[in-house]
Design a protein around this ligand. Structure first.
Ligand code: FAD
Length: 510
């Protein structure tokens, strides 16, 4: 990786899902780019082996955040792993490729994000993609990001897919196609048995380009704003502070936590809060850090009646999309099957090979929280409060998800595999008991979004061109700009945001 020595067209902060896609497209267009990542290179072999993803939690490649005690979830503090490495969270994630529902994007556009309707973002998903089944109306080929199918699922996963159908959930071969509803084997960002992160897909292939400089182990601590325009960044690298300037836009792709933290440290946020911390106000942007939200999970675990084989890929092989209430217009549940028993607080779960799990999950939360700085020290983690279940309907949907998953676990097709349910277990039966169990065992689905919300209202942080309100030459491109979380996993949407940001900067359009 080249020494930092020159003036660049662009500085991209954060080599995660969006930052890598954006960097690649800018370099392809002939722009000089400095890509700055606070984490290190992706040398840890566990990153590349899809079966070892849980080893990465609390590793040096993990920012390893924890939320504030959750007021509406019995005070539980929820662990939030986040990538701190080339590839960002795409180097730590479950490798599940899901775009979300058409309605997600149409709703963004309806709320003021012109240009982000489903029909307008679909070409960007397709441009990134290299789909194993070939090109179609919904899928692309030849893009940097391989999307593959699982041709040898674990037999207990295959039985789960059958059990969902016994229960009445339709089989859907392609939840990224015309319809999302139904059960299927997951589409994955895996090629030849190895994880493909945004870094390995987008940036590694152009690392030799003279237009690209990548620096690792360097934290951006402030955006330099002069005369109402972003001119560069302040960088903390090997104990030294440096200022680096660029000609064109500075783009923050630090993720939902990193980008909002950086705006606040740069004096872009709620003016009163910034003054209290002794940070000079550059622009009063009350929405920075607000609108923090996430998807939730709760574990259901069974002991198996016979040994469960190890599996050949990642440990998350199937999922289904369903509605917690038949009257809903779109799915709000996405439970996730794992052929290993996941840990549950205060429960003796079976060892690997002797059980299996389904993580009951919801994907259309209405609860909204916020994040804020504890101090002006850039090395101190911000306070994170997603306010899980502050909207009671979110807890009700989770209860329905857990009860539905337990009913599926009792279906005929899982009969040969199921010995007994160990969590929640036989003493947790009523909806009230399940709600208490969910609050106690609550897990994040790791889909935090929304702290630099895109829009046109007073609380919006960026406009539909991803430009920060009130400062020229500064954009945000990552999961933080999502006005509301997409209905599914968020890596593919974050990549799409990076792709679109590049075209917005270049003045191009698909
Ligand atoms: C454990 C886990 C499992 C997940 N599973 C899935 C899944 O299976 N499928 C899916 O679609 N999604 C999944 N997700 C979610 C998905 O990976 C993220 O939503 C997505 O990667 C976010 O992309 P991003 O570009 O917003 O941020 P990130 O990918 O998190 O990138 C941000 C980068 O910026 C860097 N950075 C931050 N601040 C600074 C700074 N000041 N200076 C320099 N660098 C900085 C960070 O270190 C990081 O590398 C998972 C996430 C996690 C954590």
């Amino acid at each position: 990786m080249r020494a930092i020595h020159t003036l660049y067209d662009h500085i991209v902060v954060g080599a995660g899902s969006a930052g890598c896609a954006l960097t690649r497209r800018l370099v392809d267009a002939g722009r000089t780019v400095l890509l700055i990542e606070v984490g290190d290179r992706d040398d840890n072999p566990a990153i590349h082996d899809p079966g070892r993803l849980w080893e990465l939690w609390n590793s040096p490649q993990d920012h390893a955040y924890t939320t504030e005690p959750q007021r509406h979830a019995s005070g539980t503090q929820v662990f939030w792993p986040r990538g701190k490495v080339l590839g960002g969270s795409s180097a730590l994630n479950g490798m599940i490729y899901v775009r979300g529902h058409r309605a997600d994007y149409d709703n963004w556009a309806y709320q003021g994000a012109a240009g982000w309707s489903y029909d307008e973002v679909l070409p960007y998903f397709k441009r990134s993609e290299d789909f194993e089944d070939g090109a179609s109306y919904y899928h692309g080929v030849g893009g940097p990001l391989p999307v593959s199918r699982n041709h040898s699922p674990n037999p207990v996963t295959a039985a789960f897919v059958e059990a969902c159908q016994d229960y009445g959930i339709p089989y859907n071969d392609d939840c990224n196609g015309q319809d999302q509803l139904g059960v299927n084997l997951i589409h994955r960002t895996i090629r030849d048995g190895r994880r493909v992160s945004a870094w390995t897909a987008f940036v590694q292939p152009v690392l030799d380009s003279a237009l690209l400089t990548v620096t690792t182990g360097a934290a951006v601590t402030r955006v330099l704003v002069d005369g109402g325009r972003a001119r560069g960044v302040e960088l903390l690298h090997e104990g030294r502070t440096t200022e680096i300037r660029c000609e064109g836009d500075v783009i923050l792709s630090g993720g939902t936590i990193g980008s909002a933290q950086l705006l606040l440290l740069s004096g872009l946020g709620p003016a009163d809060e910034l003054r209290t911390l002794g940070i000079g106000v550059t622009a009063d942007l009350p929405g920075v850090g607000a609108n923090l939200h996430d998807h939730t999970l709760a574990p259901v675990v069974w002991e198996s009646a016979r040994p469960v084989p190890q599996g050949t890929a990642n440990k998350l092989e199937a999922h289904y999309f369903a509605k917690s209430e038949p009257t809903l217009s779109v799915p709000d549940l996405q439970p996730l099957m794992s052929h290993v028993p996941v840990p549950v607080p205060d429960v003796n779960v079976p060892e690997e090979g002797h059980g299996f799990s389904v993580l009951a999950g919801t994907i259309r939360p209405l609860s909204r929280g916020r994040m804020w700085l504890r101090s002006a020290d850039p090395t101190q983690a911000p306070a994170l409060d997603p306010a899980y279940f502050s909207e009671p309907s979110d807890l009700a949907a989770m209860v329905r998800a857990v009860q539905q998953v337990r009913e599926i676990g009792e279906e005929k097709s899982l009969g040969d595999w199921r010995a007994r349910e160990v969590a929640p277990g036989p003493y947790v039966r009523t909806d009230a008991e399940v709600a208490a169990y969910i609050k106690r065992t609550l897990l994040s689905y790791h889909h935090q979004v929304g702290t630099c919300r895109m829009g046109i209202d007073r609380m919006a942080v960026v406009d539909p061109h991803l430009r920060v309100h009130g400062v020229a030459g500064l954009r945000v491109a990552d999961a933080s700009v999502m006005p509301s979380v997409t209905s599914g996993n968020t890596h593919a949407p974050a990549v799409m945001i990076g792709e679109r940001c590049a075209d917005l900067i270049l003045g191009a359009q698909l």
